[in-house]
Design a binder for this molecule. Structure first.
Ligand code: FMN
Length: 191
């Protein structure tokens, strides 16, 4: 079964990106995949909730793609969540519009993988840090997929990032083809 995938992209400094630039370029043009650049669409941060909601209804899979900023997402993603995921629409009574859709996060971290552990510089794993997003998905009745993580995004060579971008392309193409990885739940999935 083909699935329509909406990639909500948020990078406040896209022109200077090395990782997300490549990841984004790798999925652009894939059949069934639409890229929606939040900072380009809303440079003034005034998000049009009705437009975003109408767009979401057209898709089966929602992907948040962004760099890790302060162990979370760039600010516009939070604004998007607060504005678009309204009571009675995304959650609460009658709020079933996202039920059954899939959610995935594609995140780049400046830090290397070994720093994302107990005793490491980041102290927590990326999966632990992304729990508010995982819970957002559960609360809105979405099926959470494992995150796609690019570690050491600032240190990696262009060749390494290019190879990783191809892995991302393969994964997103697989999801669009209806062959998503198994649903993810912190409490039942390995890190
Ligand atoms: C404001 C800000 C906050 C950041 N916070 C983190 C962080 O919490 N953890 C981390 O690993 N990297 C952090 N970084 C580094 C970025 O995640 C990294 O530069 C980015 O993922 C590289 O991707 P890009 O080439 O697409 O910009 C931060 C960068 C900025 C500008």
């Amino acid at each position: 079964m083909q699935r329509r995938v909406l990639v909500v992209y948020a990078h406040p400094d896209h022109d200077r990106s090395r990782a997300n630039l490549r990841l984004r370029a790798a999925i652009e043009g894939l059949p069934g995949v639409t890229l929606h650049d939040l900072y380009a669409a809303y440079p003034d941060f005034f998000i049009d909730a009705r437009r975003e909601q109408a767009m979401l209804l057209e898709y089966d899979v929602l992907v948040f793609q962004h760099p890790m900023h302060w162990y979370g997402a760039p600010a516009i993603v939070k604004e998007w969540q607060d504005t678009v995921l309204e009571a009675g629409w995304a959650w609460g009574e009658g709020g079933d519009r996202l039920h059954g859709k899939q959610f995935m996060q594609a995140i780049s971290a400046g830090g290397p993988q070994e720093s994302y552990r107990r005793g490491g510089k980041a102290h927590f794993t990326v999966v632990e840090l992304l729990r508010p997003f995982e819970q957002m998905a559960h609360y809105c009745g979405m099926v959470c997929l494992p995150p796609f993580v690019t570690y050491a995004a600032s240190l990696a060579s262009n060749d390494e990032l290019d190879a990783h971008a191809q892995d991302y392309r393969a994964l997103v193409a697989q999801i669009a083809a209806g062959e998503s990885p198994a649903a993810f739940d912190t409490f039942s999935s390995p890190e």
